[in-house]
Design a protein around this ligand. Structure first.
Ligand SMILES: Nc1ncnc2c1ncn2[C@@H]1O[C@H](COP(=O)(O)OP(=O)(O)OP(=O)(O)O)[C@@H](O)[C@H]1O
Length: 571
Protein backbone atom coordinates (compact mmCIF):
# COMPACT_ATOMS: atom_id res chain seq x y z
CA UNK A 1 0.00 0.00 0.00
CA UNK A 2 2.75 2.46 0.94
CA UNK A 3 4.65 1.48 -2.18
CA UNK A 4 1.47 2.36 -4.04
CA UNK A 5 1.50 5.76 -2.32
CA UNK A 6 5.08 6.39 -3.36
CA UNK A 7 4.27 5.29 -6.92
CA UNK A 8 1.42 7.76 -6.88
CA UNK A 9 3.65 10.54 -5.56
CA UNK A 10 6.17 9.70 -8.29
CA UNK A 11 3.43 10.05 -10.87
CA UNK A 12 2.46 13.39 -9.38
CA UNK A 13 6.01 14.75 -9.33
CA UNK A 14 5.50 17.14 -12.31
CA UNK A 15 2.70 18.89 -10.39
CA UNK A 16 4.77 18.87 -7.19
CA UNK A 17 7.81 20.23 -9.04
CA UNK A 18 5.76 22.96 -10.70
CA UNK A 19 4.16 23.88 -7.36
CA UNK A 20 7.58 24.04 -5.68
CA UNK A 21 9.12 26.03 -8.54
CA UNK A 22 6.26 28.50 -8.57
CA UNK A 23 6.38 28.76 -4.78
CA UNK A 24 10.10 29.53 -4.93
CA UNK A 25 9.49 32.07 -7.74
CA UNK A 26 6.80 33.69 -5.65
CA UNK A 27 9.17 33.88 -2.65
CA UNK A 28 11.94 35.42 -4.73
CA UNK A 29 9.51 37.87 -6.34
CA UNK A 30 8.30 38.92 -2.88
CA UNK A 31 11.89 39.47 -1.72
CA UNK A 32 12.60 41.42 -4.91
CA UNK A 33 9.48 43.51 -4.30
CA UNK A 34 10.84 44.39 -0.86
CA UNK A 35 14.22 45.35 -2.35
CA UNK A 36 12.54 47.39 -5.09
CA UNK A 37 10.31 49.19 -2.62
CA UNK A 38 13.34 49.90 -0.40
CA UNK A 39 15.36 51.23 -3.32
CA UNK A 40 12.52 53.39 -4.60
CA UNK A 41 12.01 54.88 -1.14
CA UNK A 42 15.75 55.76 -1.04
CA UNK A 43 16.18 56.93 -4.66
CA UNK A 44 12.96 58.99 -4.79
CA UNK A 45 11.53 60.21 -8.13
CA UNK A 46 14.59 59.04 -10.13
CA UNK A 47 13.51 55.41 -9.82
CA UNK A 48 9.88 56.03 -10.70
CA UNK A 49 9.93 55.42 -14.50
CA UNK A 50 11.10 51.80 -14.14
CA UNK A 51 9.32 51.29 -10.83
CA UNK A 52 5.77 50.89 -12.12
CA UNK A 53 6.55 48.20 -14.71
CA UNK A 54 8.90 46.26 -12.40
CA UNK A 55 6.51 46.53 -9.47
CA UNK A 56 3.56 45.30 -11.56
CA UNK A 57 5.62 42.44 -13.05
CA UNK A 58 6.88 41.29 -9.64
CA UNK A 59 3.38 41.55 -8.14
CA UNK A 60 2.02 39.37 -10.96
CA UNK A 61 4.81 36.81 -10.49
CA UNK A 62 4.40 36.74 -6.69
CA UNK A 63 0.65 36.32 -7.01
CA UNK A 64 0.66 33.79 -9.87
CA UNK A 65 3.44 31.81 -8.19
CA UNK A 66 1.51 31.59 -4.95
CA UNK A 67 -1.78 30.66 -6.62
CA UNK A 68 -0.22 27.99 -8.86
CA UNK A 69 1.80 26.62 -5.96
CA UNK A 70 -1.27 26.40 -3.72
CA UNK A 71 -3.42 24.82 -6.45
CA UNK A 72 -0.67 22.29 -7.22
CA UNK A 73 -0.24 21.38 -3.56
CA UNK A 74 -3.96 21.05 -3.14
CA UNK A 75 -4.24 18.71 -6.14
CA UNK A 76 -1.37 16.55 -4.88
CA UNK A 77 -2.74 16.53 -1.32
CA UNK A 78 -6.27 15.62 -2.41
CA UNK A 79 -5.02 12.92 -4.79
CA UNK A 80 -2.99 11.42 -1.97
CA UNK A 81 -6.03 11.40 0.33
CA UNK A 82 -8.25 9.88 -2.36
CA UNK A 83 -5.67 7.20 -3.18
CA UNK A 84 -5.11 6.31 0.48
CA UNK A 85 -8.84 6.13 1.13
CA UNK A 86 -9.49 3.91 -1.88
CA UNK A 87 -6.53 1.68 -1.06
CA UNK A 88 -7.57 1.25 2.52
CA UNK A 89 -11.19 0.52 1.54
CA UNK A 90 -9.99 -2.04 -1.01
CA UNK A 91 -7.78 -3.63 1.65
CA UNK A 92 -10.66 -3.84 4.10
CA UNK A 93 -13.07 -5.26 1.52
CA UNK A 94 -10.59 -7.98 0.53
CA UNK A 95 -9.24 -8.62 4.05
CA UNK A 96 -9.85 -11.96 5.78
CA UNK A 97 -13.12 -11.73 7.74
CA UNK A 98 -11.40 -13.05 10.87
CA UNK A 99 -8.94 -10.12 10.74
CA UNK A 100 -11.73 -7.57 10.30
CA UNK A 101 -13.55 -9.08 13.27
CA UNK A 102 -10.43 -9.02 15.42
CA UNK A 103 -9.48 -5.46 14.47
CA UNK A 104 -12.77 -3.94 15.65
CA UNK A 105 -14.74 -1.47 13.62
CA UNK A 106 -14.01 1.63 15.73
CA UNK A 107 -10.29 1.19 15.03
CA UNK A 108 -10.97 0.85 11.32
CA UNK A 109 -13.04 4.03 11.28
CA UNK A 110 -10.28 5.88 13.16
CA UNK A 111 -7.72 4.73 10.57
CA UNK A 112 -10.00 5.68 7.67
CA UNK A 113 -10.69 9.15 9.03
CA UNK A 114 -7.97 10.31 11.37
CA UNK A 115 -4.82 8.72 10.00
CA UNK A 116 -5.55 9.66 6.43
CA UNK A 117 -6.38 13.24 7.41
CA UNK A 118 -3.13 13.49 9.36
CA UNK A 119 -1.14 12.32 6.37
CA UNK A 120 -2.96 14.73 4.09
CA UNK A 121 -2.17 17.66 6.43
CA UNK A 122 1.48 16.78 6.03
CA UNK A 123 1.23 16.44 2.26
CA UNK A 124 -0.12 20.02 2.07
CA UNK A 125 3.09 21.26 3.69
CA UNK A 126 5.25 19.38 1.28
CA UNK A 127 6.17 22.08 -1.20
CA UNK A 128 6.76 24.84 1.37
CA UNK A 129 9.13 22.45 3.15
CA UNK A 130 10.87 21.79 -0.14
CA UNK A 131 11.24 25.54 -0.69
CA UNK A 132 12.65 25.97 2.81
CA UNK A 133 15.13 23.13 2.24
CA UNK A 134 16.20 24.64 -1.09
CA UNK A 135 16.69 28.04 0.55
CA UNK A 136 18.81 26.53 3.33
CA UNK A 137 20.93 24.69 0.76
CA UNK A 138 21.39 27.96 -1.18
CA UNK A 139 22.40 29.80 2.00
CA UNK A 140 24.94 27.11 2.91
CA UNK A 141 26.37 27.37 -0.59
CA UNK A 142 26.75 31.13 -0.15
CA UNK A 143 28.44 30.58 3.24
CA UNK A 144 30.94 28.28 1.53
CA UNK A 145 31.72 31.04 -0.95
CA UNK A 146 32.14 33.50 1.92
CA UNK A 147 34.37 31.24 4.04
CA UNK A 148 34.63 27.44 4.33
CA UNK A 149 35.73 27.91 7.95
CA UNK A 150 32.57 29.81 8.82
CA UNK A 151 30.50 27.22 6.94
CA UNK A 152 32.01 24.59 9.21
CA UNK A 153 30.95 26.55 12.30
CA UNK A 154 27.42 26.85 10.87
CA UNK A 155 27.35 23.12 10.09
CA UNK A 156 28.46 22.24 13.63
CA UNK A 157 25.67 24.43 15.02
CA UNK A 158 23.15 22.84 12.63
CA UNK A 159 24.37 19.34 13.55
CA UNK A 160 24.00 20.10 17.27
CA UNK A 161 20.50 21.46 16.69
CA UNK A 162 19.62 18.38 14.59
CA UNK A 163 20.76 15.97 17.33
CA UNK A 164 18.56 17.74 19.87
CA UNK A 165 15.69 17.77 17.37
CA UNK A 166 15.98 14.09 16.62
CA UNK A 167 16.01 13.23 20.35
CA UNK A 168 12.93 15.41 20.79
CA UNK A 169 11.28 13.74 17.80
CA UNK A 170 11.80 10.32 19.28
CA UNK A 171 10.10 11.32 22.53
CA UNK A 172 7.44 13.36 20.69
CA UNK A 173 6.55 10.53 18.31
CA UNK A 174 6.25 8.13 21.24
CA UNK A 175 3.78 10.48 22.90
CA UNK A 176 1.88 11.07 19.65
CA UNK A 177 1.73 7.29 19.24
CA UNK A 178 0.24 6.92 22.73
CA UNK A 179 -2.24 9.71 21.95
CA UNK A 180 -3.22 7.89 18.76
CA UNK A 181 -3.87 4.69 20.72
CA UNK A 182 -6.10 6.70 23.03
CA UNK A 183 -7.96 8.04 19.98
CA UNK A 184 -8.91 4.47 19.05
CA UNK A 185 -10.40 4.08 22.50
CA UNK A 186 -12.18 7.41 22.09
CA UNK A 187 -13.82 6.15 18.89
CA UNK A 188 -15.09 3.15 20.84
CA UNK A 189 -16.52 5.41 23.54
CA UNK A 190 -18.12 7.64 20.87
CA UNK A 191 -19.89 4.58 19.53
CA UNK A 192 -21.08 3.57 22.96
CA UNK A 193 -22.35 7.12 23.49
CA UNK A 194 -24.39 7.08 20.26
CA UNK A 195 -25.45 3.43 20.07
CA UNK A 196 -26.15 3.26 23.79
CA UNK A 197 -28.10 6.53 24.01
CA UNK A 198 -31.21 4.79 25.34
CA UNK A 199 -29.34 2.76 27.93
CA UNK A 200 -27.45 5.83 29.11
CA UNK A 201 -30.66 7.82 29.47
CA UNK A 202 -32.16 5.28 31.86
CA UNK A 203 -29.03 4.49 33.88
CA UNK A 204 -27.63 7.45 35.78
CA UNK A 205 -24.54 5.64 37.10
CA UNK A 206 -23.55 4.29 33.70
CA UNK A 207 -24.13 7.74 32.16
CA UNK A 208 -21.86 9.34 34.74
CA UNK A 209 -19.25 6.61 34.24
CA UNK A 210 -19.31 6.82 30.43
CA UNK A 211 -19.12 10.61 30.41
CA UNK A 212 -16.93 11.23 33.44
CA UNK A 213 -14.55 8.29 33.19
CA UNK A 214 -14.53 6.85 29.69
CA UNK A 215 -15.18 9.87 27.46
CA UNK A 216 -13.70 12.68 29.56
CA UNK A 217 -10.87 10.48 30.83
CA UNK A 218 -9.80 9.51 27.32
CA UNK A 219 -10.25 13.04 25.96
CA UNK A 220 -8.10 14.42 28.81
CA UNK A 221 -5.49 11.74 28.26
CA UNK A 222 -5.25 12.69 24.57
CA UNK A 223 -5.02 16.36 25.57
CA UNK A 224 -2.18 15.66 28.01
CA UNK A 225 -0.25 13.42 25.64
CA UNK A 226 -0.55 15.84 22.76
CA UNK A 227 0.46 18.84 24.89
CA UNK A 228 3.43 16.92 26.29
CA UNK A 229 4.45 15.83 22.80
CA UNK A 230 4.18 19.42 21.54
CA UNK A 231 6.13 20.69 24.58
CA UNK A 232 9.07 18.52 23.63
CA UNK A 233 9.08 19.98 20.14
CA UNK A 234 8.68 23.54 21.44
CA UNK A 235 11.61 23.09 23.84
CA UNK A 236 13.81 21.70 21.09
CA UNK A 237 12.74 24.57 18.88
CA UNK A 238 13.71 27.11 21.57
CA UNK A 239 17.08 25.41 21.93
CA UNK A 240 17.58 25.75 18.16
CA UNK A 241 16.82 29.48 18.29
CA UNK A 242 19.21 29.89 21.20
CA UNK A 243 21.88 28.13 19.21
CA UNK A 244 21.48 30.69 16.43
CA UNK A 245 21.91 33.61 18.75
CA UNK A 246 24.89 31.96 20.48
CA UNK A 247 26.63 31.47 17.13
CA UNK A 248 25.80 35.01 15.97
CA UNK A 249 26.97 36.44 19.34
CA UNK A 250 30.13 34.35 19.15
CA UNK A 251 30.88 35.74 15.68
CA UNK A 252 30.39 39.30 16.85
CA UNK A 253 32.74 38.72 19.81
CA UNK A 254 35.30 37.06 17.52
CA UNK A 255 35.01 40.00 15.14
CA UNK A 256 35.84 42.39 18.00
CA UNK A 257 38.83 40.24 19.04
CA UNK A 258 40.32 39.84 15.56
CA UNK A 259 41.36 43.21 14.19
CA UNK A 260 42.30 41.81 10.82
CA UNK A 261 38.96 40.03 10.35
CA UNK A 262 37.16 40.75 7.06
CA UNK A 263 34.13 42.68 8.22
CA UNK A 264 32.14 42.07 5.03
CA UNK A 265 32.56 38.29 5.42
CA UNK A 266 31.44 38.38 9.04
CA UNK A 267 28.51 40.68 8.25
CA UNK A 268 27.49 38.40 5.38
CA UNK A 269 27.78 35.36 7.64
CA UNK A 270 25.60 36.91 10.35
CA UNK A 271 23.03 38.11 7.82
CA UNK A 272 22.81 34.75 6.08
CA UNK A 273 22.58 32.95 9.40
CA UNK A 274 19.76 35.19 10.54
CA UNK A 275 18.04 34.80 7.17
CA UNK A 276 18.33 30.99 7.38
CA UNK A 277 16.60 31.05 10.73
CA UNK A 278 13.23 31.55 8.93
CA UNK A 279 13.30 28.44 6.71
CA UNK A 280 14.96 26.34 9.41
CA UNK A 281 12.22 27.26 11.84
CA UNK A 282 9.63 26.48 9.21
CA UNK A 283 11.00 22.95 8.96
CA UNK A 284 11.35 22.64 12.73
CA UNK A 285 7.81 23.97 13.18
CA UNK A 286 6.57 21.28 10.81
CA UNK A 287 8.23 18.48 12.82
CA UNK A 288 5.21 17.80 15.07
CA UNK A 289 3.04 17.39 11.96
CA UNK A 290 5.68 15.19 10.36
CA UNK A 291 5.81 13.16 13.60
CA UNK A 292 2.07 12.67 13.62
CA UNK A 293 2.09 11.80 9.91
CA UNK A 294 4.80 9.23 10.65
CA UNK A 295 2.65 7.69 13.39
CA UNK A 296 -0.36 7.64 11.03
CA UNK A 297 1.67 6.11 8.20
CA UNK A 298 3.00 3.42 10.50
CA UNK A 299 -0.50 2.55 11.64
CA UNK A 300 -1.80 2.41 8.08
CA UNK A 301 1.17 0.28 7.04
CA UNK A 302 0.56 -2.10 9.97
CA UNK A 303 -3.14 -2.31 9.14
CA UNK A 304 -2.28 -2.84 5.51
CA UNK A 305 0.12 -5.67 6.34
CA UNK A 306 -2.39 -7.26 8.71
CA UNK A 307 -5.16 -7.05 6.15
CA UNK A 308 -3.14 -8.37 3.27
CA UNK A 309 -5.49 -10.71 1.52
CA UNK A 310 -4.94 -14.12 0.04
CA UNK A 311 -7.68 -13.10 -2.39
CA UNK A 312 -6.47 -9.79 -3.84
CA UNK A 313 -8.73 -10.16 -6.90
CA UNK A 314 -11.90 -9.74 -4.83
CA UNK A 315 -12.44 -6.24 -6.13
CA UNK A 316 -11.63 -6.94 -9.75
CA UNK A 317 -14.65 -6.76 -12.00
CA UNK A 318 -15.55 -9.97 -13.84
CA UNK A 319 -14.15 -11.47 -16.00
CA UNK A 320 -10.78 -10.34 -14.54
CA UNK A 321 -11.99 -11.53 -11.16
CA UNK A 322 -12.05 -15.07 -12.46
CA UNK A 323 -8.75 -15.78 -14.15
CA UNK A 324 -8.85 -18.34 -16.91
CA UNK A 325 -7.59 -21.22 -14.80
CA UNK A 326 -9.51 -20.31 -11.66
CA UNK A 327 -11.86 -22.86 -10.18
CA UNK A 328 -15.53 -22.31 -11.11
CA UNK A 329 -18.77 -23.70 -9.74
CA UNK A 330 -22.00 -24.35 -11.54
CA UNK A 331 -24.81 -23.07 -9.32
CA UNK A 332 -27.19 -25.58 -10.90
CA UNK A 333 -25.02 -28.66 -10.95
CA UNK A 334 -23.26 -29.27 -7.63
CA UNK A 335 -24.46 -32.15 -5.47
CA UNK A 336 -22.68 -31.90 -2.16
CA UNK A 337 -20.79 -29.40 -0.07
CA UNK A 338 -18.54 -30.94 2.55
CA UNK A 339 -16.46 -29.84 5.49
CA UNK A 340 -14.03 -32.68 6.11
CA UNK A 341 -12.23 -32.99 9.45
CA UNK A 342 -12.08 -29.26 9.90
CA UNK A 343 -10.79 -27.47 12.96
CA UNK A 344 -10.80 -23.78 13.69
CA UNK A 345 -9.65 -21.83 16.73
CA UNK A 346 -10.18 -18.16 17.43
CA UNK A 347 -7.14 -16.31 18.72
CA UNK A 348 -7.09 -15.63 22.45
CA UNK A 349 -9.28 -12.67 23.35
CA UNK A 350 -7.46 -9.36 23.31
CA UNK A 351 -7.81 -6.49 25.69
CA UNK A 352 -9.08 -3.76 23.42
CA UNK A 353 -7.35 -0.97 25.26
CA UNK A 354 -4.01 -2.70 24.84
CA UNK A 355 -4.53 -4.33 21.49
CA UNK A 356 -2.07 -7.11 21.00
CA UNK A 357 -1.76 -8.13 24.64
CA UNK A 358 -2.91 -11.72 24.89
CA UNK A 359 -5.22 -12.68 27.72
CA UNK A 360 -4.90 -15.93 29.65
CA UNK A 361 -7.96 -17.54 28.05
CA UNK A 362 -7.52 -19.51 24.86
CA UNK A 363 -9.94 -18.75 22.03
CA UNK A 364 -12.94 -20.93 21.27
CA UNK A 365 -12.12 -24.05 19.26
CA UNK A 366 -14.43 -25.73 16.77
CA UNK A 367 -14.01 -29.30 15.53
CA UNK A 368 -12.61 -31.52 14.41
CA UNK A 369 -15.89 -32.11 12.63
CA UNK A 370 -17.17 -33.28 9.28
CA UNK A 371 -20.41 -32.29 7.63
CA UNK A 372 -21.87 -32.90 4.19
CA UNK A 373 -24.77 -30.82 2.91
CA UNK A 374 -26.66 -32.34 0.00
CA UNK A 375 -28.20 -30.19 -2.69
CA UNK A 376 -31.87 -29.48 -2.01
CA UNK A 377 -31.83 -30.56 1.63
CA UNK A 378 -33.09 -28.51 4.55
CA UNK A 379 -30.52 -28.72 7.32
CA UNK A 380 -31.08 -27.30 10.78
CA UNK A 381 -28.09 -26.57 13.02
CA UNK A 382 -29.07 -26.40 16.66
CA UNK A 383 -27.32 -26.07 20.02
CA UNK A 384 -26.83 -23.86 23.04
CA UNK A 385 -25.62 -20.28 22.77
CA UNK A 386 -21.90 -20.11 22.06
CA UNK A 387 -21.55 -23.75 20.96
CA UNK A 388 -20.17 -22.68 17.56
CA UNK A 389 -23.14 -22.68 15.17
CA UNK A 390 -22.33 -19.35 13.52
CA UNK A 391 -18.64 -20.24 13.38
CA UNK A 392 -19.56 -23.47 11.59
CA UNK A 393 -21.65 -21.46 9.10
CA UNK A 394 -18.77 -19.07 8.44
CA UNK A 395 -16.47 -22.02 7.74
CA UNK A 396 -19.08 -23.55 5.45
CA UNK A 397 -19.43 -20.24 3.60
CA UNK A 398 -15.67 -19.99 3.13
CA UNK A 399 -15.55 -16.84 5.27
CA UNK A 400 -13.08 -18.37 7.72
CA UNK A 401 -10.20 -20.50 6.55
CA UNK A 402 -10.04 -23.67 8.68
CA UNK A 403 -6.82 -24.38 10.58
CA UNK A 404 -6.96 -27.93 9.27
CA UNK A 405 -9.29 -30.04 7.18
CA UNK A 406 -10.86 -29.27 3.84
CA UNK A 407 -13.83 -27.65 2.17
CA UNK A 408 -15.08 -29.70 -0.76
CA UNK A 409 -17.69 -29.38 -3.49
CA UNK A 410 -18.63 -32.75 -4.96
CA UNK A 411 -15.56 -34.17 -3.21
CA UNK A 412 -13.20 -31.75 -4.95
CA UNK A 413 -11.35 -29.31 -2.66
CA UNK A 414 -12.29 -25.65 -3.03
CA UNK A 415 -9.05 -23.95 -4.03
CA UNK A 416 -8.02 -20.47 -2.90
CA UNK A 417 -8.62 -19.11 -6.41
CA UNK A 418 -12.12 -20.60 -6.40
CA UNK A 419 -13.18 -19.40 -2.96
CA UNK A 420 -14.93 -16.27 -4.18
CA UNK A 421 -16.80 -18.19 -6.89
CA UNK A 422 -17.73 -20.79 -4.27
CA UNK A 423 -19.20 -18.14 -1.97
CA UNK A 424 -21.46 -16.96 -4.79
CA UNK A 425 -23.46 -20.17 -4.30
CA UNK A 426 -24.84 -18.73 -1.06
CA UNK A 427 -27.28 -16.11 0.15
CA UNK A 428 -27.12 -15.44 3.84
CA UNK A 429 -28.99 -13.58 6.53
CA UNK A 430 -26.64 -13.60 9.51
CA UNK A 431 -27.86 -12.91 13.02
CA UNK A 432 -25.78 -9.68 12.92
CA UNK A 433 -26.74 -9.00 9.30
CA UNK A 434 -26.36 -5.64 7.58
CA UNK A 435 -29.42 -4.41 5.75
CA UNK A 436 -28.55 -2.74 2.44
CA UNK A 437 -31.27 -0.36 1.28
CA UNK A 438 -30.38 -0.50 -2.41
CA UNK A 439 -30.98 -3.20 -4.98
CA UNK A 440 -28.14 -4.14 -7.26
CA UNK A 441 -28.27 -3.02 -10.91
CA UNK A 442 -29.18 -6.58 -12.03
CA UNK A 443 -31.98 -6.69 -9.48
CA UNK A 444 -33.59 -3.43 -10.69
CA UNK A 445 -35.37 -5.27 -13.45
CA UNK A 446 -36.93 -7.49 -10.81
CA UNK A 447 -38.83 -4.78 -8.98
CA UNK A 448 -42.10 -6.67 -9.53
CA UNK A 449 -40.58 -9.78 -8.04
CA UNK A 450 -39.30 -7.74 -5.09
CA UNK A 451 -42.77 -6.35 -4.62
CA UNK A 452 -44.17 -9.89 -4.57
CA UNK A 453 -41.68 -10.92 -1.89
CA UNK A 454 -42.55 -7.82 0.13
CA UNK A 455 -46.18 -8.84 0.01
CA UNK A 456 -45.31 -12.42 0.91
CA UNK A 457 -43.38 -11.22 3.97
CA UNK A 458 -46.16 -8.80 4.99
CA UNK A 459 -44.01 -5.76 4.35
CA UNK A 460 -45.81 -4.28 1.34
CA UNK A 461 -47.83 -1.87 3.49
CA UNK A 462 -44.57 -0.42 4.87
CA UNK A 463 -41.96 -0.76 2.16
CA UNK A 464 -42.00 -0.41 -1.60
CA UNK A 465 -39.29 -0.52 -4.23
CA UNK A 466 -38.61 2.81 -5.89
CA UNK A 467 -35.75 3.65 -8.26
CA UNK A 468 -33.86 0.54 -7.26
CA UNK A 469 -34.15 1.28 -3.55
CA UNK A 470 -36.34 0.17 -0.73
CA UNK A 471 -38.46 3.18 0.24
CA UNK A 472 -37.49 2.79 3.91
CA UNK A 473 -35.51 0.64 6.29
CA UNK A 474 -36.96 2.34 9.38
CA UNK A 475 -38.75 -0.79 10.46
CA UNK A 476 -39.19 -2.94 13.53
CA UNK A 477 -36.48 -5.49 14.30
CA UNK A 478 -38.57 -8.36 12.92
CA UNK A 479 -39.55 -6.37 9.82
CA UNK A 480 -35.93 -5.44 9.09
CA UNK A 481 -35.02 -9.10 9.17
CA UNK A 482 -37.84 -9.89 6.76
CA UNK A 483 -36.47 -7.23 4.43
CA UNK A 484 -33.06 -8.88 4.66
CA UNK A 485 -34.78 -12.07 3.52
CA UNK A 486 -36.18 -10.20 0.49
CA UNK A 487 -32.58 -9.38 -0.44
CA UNK A 488 -31.66 -13.04 -0.08
CA UNK A 489 -34.63 -14.06 -2.25
CA UNK A 490 -33.63 -11.61 -4.94
CA UNK A 491 -30.05 -12.85 -5.05
CA UNK A 492 -31.43 -16.10 -6.42
CA UNK A 493 -28.57 -18.26 -5.14
CA UNK A 494 -28.99 -22.05 -4.79
CA UNK A 495 -28.05 -22.20 -1.08
CA UNK A 496 -29.74 -20.07 1.56
CA UNK A 497 -28.21 -19.68 4.98
CA UNK A 498 -30.40 -18.26 7.74
CA UNK A 499 -28.85 -17.66 11.16
CA UNK A 500 -31.59 -17.50 13.78
CA UNK A 501 -33.79 -15.68 11.29
CA UNK A 502 -36.98 -16.54 13.13
CA UNK A 503 -35.70 -15.33 16.50
CA UNK A 504 -37.09 -11.80 16.08
CA UNK A 505 -40.41 -12.81 14.50
CA UNK A 506 -43.78 -12.90 16.20
CA UNK A 507 -45.37 -16.36 16.74
CA UNK A 508 -47.57 -16.03 13.66
CA UNK A 509 -44.72 -15.15 11.38
CA UNK A 510 -42.48 -17.71 12.98
CA UNK A 511 -45.06 -20.34 12.06
CA UNK A 512 -45.35 -18.94 8.53
CA UNK A 513 -41.55 -19.08 8.23
CA UNK A 514 -41.22 -22.73 9.23
CA UNK A 515 -44.42 -24.08 7.69
CA UNK A 516 -44.75 -22.00 4.52
CA UNK A 517 -41.62 -20.06 3.56
CA UNK A 518 -39.04 -22.80 4.15
CA UNK A 519 -41.12 -25.53 2.40
CA UNK A 520 -41.76 -23.11 -0.45
CA UNK A 521 -38.03 -22.39 -0.84
CA UNK A 522 -37.36 -26.12 -0.72
CA UNK A 523 -39.89 -26.68 -3.51
CA UNK A 524 -37.96 -24.11 -5.54
CA UNK A 525 -34.95 -26.41 -5.18
CA UNK A 526 -33.06 -24.31 -2.63
CA UNK A 527 -30.64 -25.90 -0.23
CA UNK A 528 -31.49 -24.45 3.17
CA UNK A 529 -29.12 -24.24 6.12
CA UNK A 530 -30.94 -22.85 9.11
CA UNK A 531 -29.72 -22.12 12.63
CA UNK A 532 -32.70 -22.47 14.90
CA UNK A 533 -33.69 -22.60 18.54
CA UNK A 534 -37.33 -23.35 17.72
CA UNK A 535 -37.50 -27.03 18.62
CA UNK A 536 -41.23 -27.23 17.95
CA UNK A 537 -40.50 -26.68 14.27
CA UNK A 538 -37.53 -29.02 13.89
CA UNK A 539 -39.67 -31.35 11.77
CA UNK A 540 -39.47 -28.72 9.03
CA UNK A 541 -35.92 -29.98 8.48
CA UNK A 542 -34.71 -32.99 6.53
CA UNK A 543 -31.87 -33.30 9.02
CA UNK A 544 -31.02 -31.70 12.33
CA UNK A 545 -27.46 -31.59 13.67
CA UNK A 546 -26.77 -30.55 17.22
CA UNK A 547 -23.53 -28.89 18.25
CA UNK A 548 -22.02 -28.92 21.69
CA UNK A 549 -18.81 -27.11 22.51
CA UNK A 550 -17.72 -26.97 18.89
CA UNK A 551 -18.48 -30.60 18.01
CA UNK A 552 -21.41 -32.29 16.27
CA UNK A 553 -22.88 -34.51 18.97
CA UNK A 554 -26.06 -35.59 17.24
CA UNK A 555 -27.48 -35.84 13.74
CA UNK A 556 -31.13 -36.75 13.33
CA UNK A 557 -33.37 -37.29 10.33
CA UNK A 558 -36.55 -35.92 11.85
CA UNK A 559 -39.66 -38.01 11.69
CA UNK A 560 -42.93 -36.79 12.99
CA UNK A 561 -41.77 -37.22 16.60
CA UNK A 562 -38.49 -35.32 16.28
CA UNK A 563 -39.76 -32.12 17.78
CA UNK A 564 -40.90 -33.97 20.82
CA UNK A 565 -37.64 -35.90 21.05
CA UNK A 566 -35.58 -32.70 21.01
CA UNK A 567 -37.92 -30.97 23.38
CA UNK A 568 -37.61 -33.91 25.79
CA UNK A 569 -33.81 -33.83 25.53
CA UNK A 570 -33.67 -30.12 26.28
CA UNK A 571 -35.90 -30.32 29.33
N1 LIG B 1 -14.69 -13.05 16.22
C1 LIG B 1 -14.52 -13.82 17.30
N2 LIG B 1 -13.35 -13.79 17.97
C2 LIG B 1 -13.15 -14.58 19.04
N3 LIG B 1 -14.07 -15.44 19.52
C3 LIG B 1 -15.26 -15.51 18.90
C4 LIG B 1 -15.54 -14.70 17.76
N4 LIG B 1 -16.79 -15.00 17.33
C5 LIG B 1 -17.27 -15.93 18.18
N5 LIG B 1 -16.34 -16.24 19.12
C6 LIG B 1 -16.49 -17.22 20.20
O1 LIG B 1 -16.78 -18.48 19.62
C7 LIG B 1 -17.78 -19.15 20.35
C8 LIG B 1 -18.86 -19.64 19.38
O2 LIG B 1 -19.50 -18.50 18.83
P1 LIG B 1 -20.67 -18.68 17.78
O3 LIG B 1 -21.12 -17.32 17.41
O4 LIG B 1 -20.23 -19.58 16.69
O5 LIG B 1 -21.77 -19.40 18.68
P2 LIG B 1 -23.29 -19.71 18.35
O6 LIG B 1 -23.49 -21.15 18.63
O7 LIG B 1 -23.65 -19.22 17.00
O8 LIG B 1 -24.01 -18.84 19.48
P3 LIG B 1 -25.46 -18.12 19.46
O9 LIG B 1 -26.50 -19.18 19.53
O10 LIG B 1 -25.41 -17.30 20.70
O11 LIG B 1 -25.50 -17.31 18.20
C9 LIG B 1 -18.28 -18.19 21.41
O12 LIG B 1 -17.81 -18.62 22.64
C10 LIG B 1 -17.67 -16.87 21.07
O13 LIG B 1 -17.22 -16.23 22.23
Amino acid sequence: MLSHLFRLLRRLWPISALATLMGAASGIATAALLALTNRTLHDGDAALPTFVASFAGLCALALAGEVISDIGNNVVGQRVIAALRKDLCAKIIAAPISEIEQFRSHRLIAALNQDIDTISTFSFMFSSLAIATATIAGCLGYLFVLSPMLLLIALVAIALGSIVQSLARRVGIRRFGAAREAEDRLQKHYRAMVDGAKELRINRERRAFVYGHELSGTIDAIFRLRVRAANVFVSANAFGSLLFFVVVGLMLVLQGGAAHADRSVLTGFVLVLLYMKGPIQEIVGALPSIGRAQVALRRIAALSARFSSSEPALLDAPPRATPRHAQAFDAHAFHTITLRDITYRFPAPQDDSHAGAPADMAGFALGPLSLTVTRGETLFIVGENGCGKTTLLKLLLGLYVPDSGALLVDDAPVRADGLDAYRQLFSAVFSDYHLFDTLLPGEHTRENEAQRYLERLALAHKVSVRDGMFSTTDLSTGQRKRLALVHAYLEGRPVMVLDEWAADQDPTFRRIFYTEILPDLKRQGKTLIVISHDDRYFDAADRVIRLEDGRIVEAVQPGRDTAMAFAARRS
